[in-house]
Ligand binder design. Structure first.
Ligand SMILES: [Mg+2]
Length: 268
C-alpha cells in the first residue's frame, strides 16, 4: 500500500493512482530495504506495537464517550476511521515485497488486497462494537480505490468489523485526488463526526496532505490539543505521507538515494 505509501499512505493504492505516488517497481537491493524490514518487524511482531494499538483504542473509547456526552446537536453522531494500518493489518504485504525484493506497485497491492487476508489490528473490532453500542455510526474513509469495494467489505466482515457499503467511502480515481476532504464533508452533511481515527494525519485534516520541507512538524505542534480528543493517531513506521515528504514527494527515486536523504535529514 503505498499508494498508500505514496501518498500516503497506503494511501494506498490510491496513492498509486493519485497525485501522490509514483512508486517504481524495479528490483530493490536488500541493503536498501533494511529500514522497512525493521519497521515491518516492529509493526507485525513486537508486543510493543500491540500494546500501542490497545492503548490507542482504549483512549479512543474514552474520547468517544466524552465527546458524545458533550454533543448537543441533532444530527446523528459518527466516528470516522481509516482502514489500512488503522483497522486492517497489511504488514504481510510489506513483508512480501521485501521477500520478493520488489518495490511497491499498484498491481502488487491489488494482488494482496484481493486475497482479503488482512487481519484486524488490536483493539479495532472491540472499539467499533463499542461505538455502535453507544449509538455512534461507524464510517470508513479509505484511499483504497472503488474497484476494491467488494473485497474490502468482505475482508472487514471476516475481521469482525462488518459494515455496509453506504458506510464505506473509497477513493474515486476520477477525482484525481486522494484528499479525504470531500468524503469527510459528505459524512458531515448528515452526521456530526465526533472522532477520527487513523495512522496518517491526513486521515484527520488535509493540512497534512502535501507537506513541505518543514514536514508539518509545526502543524502537529499547533494541533496538539486535538490529539487524543478529536483524532486518535496510530503508529505506522512502514510508510506514510511523513516518509513521502522526506523524499520531497519524489517517491520514485532510487531507494539508496532516498535512504541517503533520510540520513542527511536526521539531527546528529
Ligand atoms: Mg492508513
Amino acid at each position: 500500500m503505498k499508494t498508500l505509501r505514496s501518498v500516503i499512505g497506503i494511501i494506498a493504492l490510491s496513492a498509486a493512482a493519485s497525485s501522490c505516488c509514483n512508486a517504481p517497481s524495479s528490483q530493490a537491493d536488500a541493503n536498501d530495504m533494511k529500514h522497512l524490514l525493521l519497521a515491518t518487524a516492529w509493526f507485525q511482531q513486537s508486543a510493543e506495537m500491540r500494546a500501542c494499538y490497545y492503548q490507542s483504542y482504549m483512549l479512543a473509547k474514552m474520547a468517544l464517550k466524552e465527546n458524545l456526552q458533550n454533543y448537543k446537536g441533532t444530527k446523528p453522531a459518527a466516528v470516522v476511521l481509516d482502514i489500512d494500518e488503522t483497522v486492517l493489518d497489511n504488514s504481510p504485504f510489506e513483508a512480501k515485497l521485501m521477500g520478493d525484493r520488489s518495490n511497491y506497485s499498484d498491481s502488487a497491492w491489488m494482488a494482496w488486497s484481493a486475497r482479503e487476508e488482512a487481519l484486524a489490528l488490536p483493539g479495532a473490532a472491540d472499539f467499533i462494537a463499542y461505538a455502535r453500542e453507544l449509538g455512534v455510526e461507524v464510517f470508513f474513509i479509505s484511499n483504497r480505490i472503488l474497484e476494491e469495494r467488494d473485497r474490502t467489505l468482505r475482508n472487514l466482515a471476516a475481521a469482525g468489523m462488518a459494515v455496509d457499503s453506504a458506510h464505506l467511502l473509497l477513493y474515486d480515481l476520477s477525482k484525481k485526488t486522494s484528499c479525504k476532504d470531500e468524503r469527510r464533508n459528505a459524512v458531515s452533511a448528515t452526521h456530526e463526526i465526533i472522532l477520527f481515527i487513523g495512522d496518517n494525519l491526513g486521515d484527520y485534516t488535509s493540512l497534512f496532505d502535501r507537506r513541505d520541507s518543514r514536514l508539518a512538524l509545526h502543524l502537529a505542534d499547533s494541533l496538539q490539543g486535538d490529539f487524543g480528543r478529536k483524532f486518535i493517531i496510530l503508529p505506522n513506521p512502514m510508510y506514510g505521507e511523513w516518509e513521502n515528504a522526506i523524499y520531497g514527494h519524489n517517491y520514485s527515486l532510487p531507494m539508496a538515494e532516498k535512504n541517503q536523504m533520510m540520513l542527511d535529514l536526521l539531527r546528529k
